[in-house]
Design a protein. Structure first.
Length: 259
């Protein structure tokens, strides 16, 4: 019998080459990825949105509370000043853009604005009561705060001013103590707040502060928004001790001289 002829061995298929992993080098070869990604400054976006909502000031339409709350949360998360209550940026003249009426001064101002809107018109159509912008000036010396509002009744203008002390209790908390309220019309009158029952104090938290905007909240979380109307005070420069300058040649024989 003939021996069986062995079948030819079938070669095993070679494995297919694995695709090379996509690396940063591969991606960088594309002109699309060569461009730097656009970074969105959330703090700047929130600041612009806040200014757009409050640009009309206190005499303008009341912003939506929910929208204001959302914008303020985004802005306060990007607060660039670590210790705003003790920062010199706090000093300066500020215009009140948004107020909750948490303090007696702001509450009185809000009532004044409400009364001005409900006041009857004059025969010419002009407002009998015109409440203008409110400003807060914070100084370095006590009493640090002076809040002023101009009010016009017919053709007579008067300025209502409130003075108060401001003391830092922590890096973010301030204590405001009212001293006196003054008015220029019908005569210069001053109402002191230094004794009970007129004595009033409140704690406020500085939740945002930079060269342009100031956001303060009372202990209930109600915010006040102010915008700067003057140049901020410069940060104090650190004092660097200067090394003494020795005039003339150095005596090599003096103690301590190098050989």
């Amino acid at each position: 019998m003939e021996e069986p002829v062995p079948a030819e061995a079938v070669p095993e298929p070679s494995p297919e080459p694995m695709p090379e992993p996509v690396t940063s080098t591969t991606l960088s070869s594309s002109s699309f990825f060569d461009a730097d990604p656009i970074e969105i400054d959330e703090g700047a976006v929130a600041k612009d949105a806040l200014k757009a909502e409050t640009m009309a000031g206190l005499a303008g339409p009341r912003p939506d509370k929910a929208v204001m709350g959302e914008i303020l949360l985004a802005l306060e998360a990007k607060n660039p000043t670590p210790s705003p209550a003790t920062s010199p940026l706090l000093n300066g003249k500020w215009k009140v853009l948004y107020a909750t009426g948490a303090s007696p001064a702001l509450k009185a101002l809000m009532l004044l604005l409400k009364g001005a809107k409900q006041a009857p018109k004059s025969p010419s159509g002009a407002d009998l009561v015109d409440v203008q912008d409110s400003f807060v000036t914070i100084n370095a010396d006590q009493p640090r705060i002076e809040a002023s509002t101009k009010v016009r009744l017919l053709s007579i203008e008067s300025t209502v001013t409130l003075k108060s002390k401001l003391e830092a209790e922590s890096a973010v908390r301030l204590l405001e103590t009212y001293e006196a309220a003054e008015t220029e019309w019908p005569a210069t009158l001053s109402l002191p707040f230094g004794s009970s029952p007129l004595e009033y104090k409140r704690s406020v938290l500085v939740s945002y502060l930079d060269e342009e905007l100031l956001v303060m909240r009372d202990t209930a979380g109600r915010p006040d928004v102010l915008v700067r109307v003057d140049e901020p005070e410069p940060e104090p420069e650190p004092v660097v001790a200067e090394e003494p300058v020795v005039d003339g040649p150095v005596d090599d024989s003096a103690p301590g001289a190098s050989a």
